[in-house]
Design a binder for this molecule. Sequence first.
Ligand code: NAD
Length: 260
Amino acid sequence: MLNGKTALVTGSTSGIGLGIAKALARQGANIVLNGFGDVDGPRAEVLAAGQAHGMRVDYHGADMSRAAEIEDMLKYSARQFGRVDILVNNAGIQHVASVQDFPVEKWDAIIAINLSSAFHTTRLALPGMLAANWGRIINVASVHGLVASAQKSAYVAAKHGIVGLTKVTALENATTGVTCNAICPGWVLTPLVQKQVDAKAAALGVSNEEAKKLLLGEKEPSMQFTTPEELGELAVFFCSPAANNVRGVAWNMDGGWAAQ
Ligand code: NAD
């Protein structure tokens, strides 16, 4: 379905971003990976997912807190593939503390990586998408883009912000072939959440398995983690012709979290 298209997925060396990159590769899209840590492993996984299509995988290591590096990544993607057809704004970090104790540098980093980076990638990718009259911008927000939790001021502010950016981008391009939508996962067992599981296990003196159950029990009625594979398939749907007129939505995959 996505043969000949190119997807740039930020923060795709791990977790949800890697799951989305693999799902888009399975549909034949070329992939530009981004993120920190090991690149060879994720690259091999994405190539294996797309091998039936002979798609290509490239990587750019832009730090998503730096506008100049983001600009360089978009130029690199255009040089490699002509343009970015599918932009998945996924890179994100978390820090947990009460407002009065929240480290200022953590606040600035979360707003930069989880919110401002999506403004930069979007403003830079849109002209090419509009010229082609086809594009998909998928913002990985969170259920925290819709509701709040204590101790997560910067994260909740950034995620509510990215849902707002999603709506404005969708509206400004509503008469074109470019759509913009957000995905709002509940708990997904990635390294970002494993840190919170570890913290809970240590604080309460319980096992890892017990800490996972407690985490789910607080928020997620299904008592199940959403998986990167499931989120990847939702991204594929947003890229499909059936989603041509899905614009500006913030779509939960949260086991009923926000329905309460
Ligand atoms: P993760 O820690 O597994 O992956 C984060 C990715 O972002 C990694 O590839 C990392 O290298 C990259 N990254 C971090 N800082 C970066 C920077 N400055 N520049 C470039 N890349 C950077 O986390 P995840 O759980 O897969 O989270 C991905 C997205 O999903 C985030 O936006 C997160 O807020 C969101 N999300 C996660 C959950 C969850 O339960 N895990 C729930 C809702 C939303």
